[in-house]
Design a protein around this ligand. Structure first.
Ligand code: GLN
Length: 244
């Protein structure tokens, strides 16, 4: 069995040599393992500095420091990444990756740097760094992970957040990430798809154009443990569904 159009699913990890600080490359490992367990044919490629951008079913972007983040943004702009996405590729972006896809983000010294402009999101520097566990309610399900960023991201009116933050800060203390056609973004590291098997399967389902059969694994136990732990830490207002 293979991808939607009979092709192999290609997962391209973008610049792990620049955006690899937080282990987000593990998201591709998780996706490929879960895809292969369902009989799907998957190829994982790493796009490093100096290599050209291949066509892919899904591009994965991770987190990194401000300087490497700026360089990764430049390389993506020069390499035709926006065109690839326009042609139908999917994108999963974490933290620095989330910021790069927006219209602008802040870098060392608080200067604003132009992003790729794929989505209407602007990141400025917060007054304090957001570090620690993060949990977000995404259409009734918890997304768990940890965050470590100085940026605060504000979404434009037409851009939907991924979900409401229950623990931690996410974009701005209220919502985390964003969700657009063929595109998911979150501040959660982990790697987040290892901690949230449901999101890994949602992404794979979007790539092949149908829902996947459940694939129980030890990841379900880790997810249940993280949800139980973080639920205890949810403020009372969030437990009743109100934003805090
Ligand atoms: N450099 C960015 C910030 O601090 C992104 C950090 C990250 O990817 N964890 O906001």
């Amino acid at each position: 069995m293979d991808g939607e159009d009979g092709a192999v699913l290609t997962l391209a990890v973008l610049y792990p040599d620049l955006l690899g600080t937080y282990g987000d490359g593990g998201n591709a490992t998780v996706l490929s393992a879960r895809a292969r367990a369902r009989g799907l044919d998957v190829d994982v490629v790493e796009v490093t500095i100096g290599s050209s951008l291949p066509p892919a079913s899904l591009y994965l972007l991770g987190g990194g420091e401000d300087g490497p983040q700026r360089l990764a943004c430049d390389l993506l702009a020069e390499g035709g990444f926006v065109d690839r996405v326009g042609e139908g590729a999917h994108v999963f972006a974490v933290c620095a990756g989330l910021q790069i896809l927006g219209t602008a983000f802040s870098i060392e010294g608080d200067a604003s740097y132009p992003g790729l402009g794929l989505v209407d999101a602007v990141t400025t520097r917060g007054t304090s760094r957001s570090v620690g566990d993060v949990a977000t309610l995404v259409e009734g399900r918890m997304l768990v992970g940890f965050e470590n960023h100085g940026g605060v991201t504000v979404l434009g009116p037409g851009l939907e957040a991924l979900g409401d933050v229950l623990v931690g800060r996410g974009n701005d203390g209220r919502v985390d990430g964003y969700r657009a056609s063929r595109l998911w973004a979150t501040y959660a590291h982990g790697p987040v798809l290892a901690q949230n098997p449901w999101l890994a399967d949602e992404i794979l389902g979007a790539l092949i154009g149908r829902e996947l059969a459940p694939w129980p694994s030890v990841a379900d136990r880790l997810y249940a443990e993280r949800c139980a732990t973080l639920s205890i830490r949810r403020p009372a207002a969030a437990r009743t569904g109100d934003r805090h």
